[in-house]
Design a protein around this ligand. Sequence first.
Ligand code: 3HB
Length: 325
Amino acid sequence: MTLHGLKDELTPDAGRHLLGVVDFTTKSREITIDSSCPRVSVQLATTISDGFSEVWTTARPVTPGRYGEISYAADGEFLFCAFHLPESHTYADATEAAYADALALTSSLGYRPFRIWHYIGSLNDLNADGLEVYRDFCVGRARVLERHGITHDMPAATVIGAHGGGIVCYLLAHRSGTQVNLENPRQVPAYHYPRQYGPKAPNFARATHLATCDGAAFVYVSGTAGILGHATMHEGDVAGQCRLALDNIAHVIGSGNMFAHDIGSCEGHALTDLSTVKIYVRHRADIPVVREICDAAISGTADVAYLNADICRSDLLVEVEGIVA
Ligand code: 3HB
């Protein structure tokens, strides 16, 4: 299973099959599912020419399906699934129900999630009860995880603001790889965040290392911001936050952290090993300064997308996610 880059062209290479397609586009659309795989829209492009697609492919034939509100495709080793919750005054209940379906689907088919993305409209606005939409989402997610007895050891994740369209969530899961969810010793685990950040703590790892049954290895790095401990650093300073986010990623994927997590087969990685990167910038005007810092740190051959988006805390100005492949 590979991320076939961030591209405009959807035809998979010879011998490969589409597992899932995520369009970063100007409009929110329902998830479609045709004879091959689900196609998801995330409203995060400003103009048509800004748009691109994240294309997940596999070497094995794929079977698509639906389970409740979840659309999915699976190839016997990897599974892509997605749900879309329409715009609403509150999200906790719908999040809880859809997450429960996603967990039921993956576990009943024998897959384990290793990377989850969430794109949420009006992320930093208040819901009908006066709770920030991100925190409202966290309540729904926490409820279902608590019910499953999941306190920690969740995979890498992203939560980012979309320009509209409710909540879109998609995830990747595997059957027989070896998965290690990584923390960053410089950051408090998200599931231990204190109550000042919301009634229910977020629950995700800083990165997930996956050694696949095909002998490949990947590190999926969560959306990473300028946070040390649990505190936002460099308030109001997008360049400082960007450098700290990159430092945090370098630390998570570096040899010391791999060793600390007993990933003996992995010698560790550097920022230049990231092959696909999405960079979310709260204020469009900050994109050039963020681009200058990131371009100097990331390989020139990496696929990099800059998106103007809200981030889970109002004081965070930039967030970076990526994949070492
Ligand atoms: C999350 O709540 O799952 C999350 C939020 C982020 C970054 C990564 C994960 O802002």
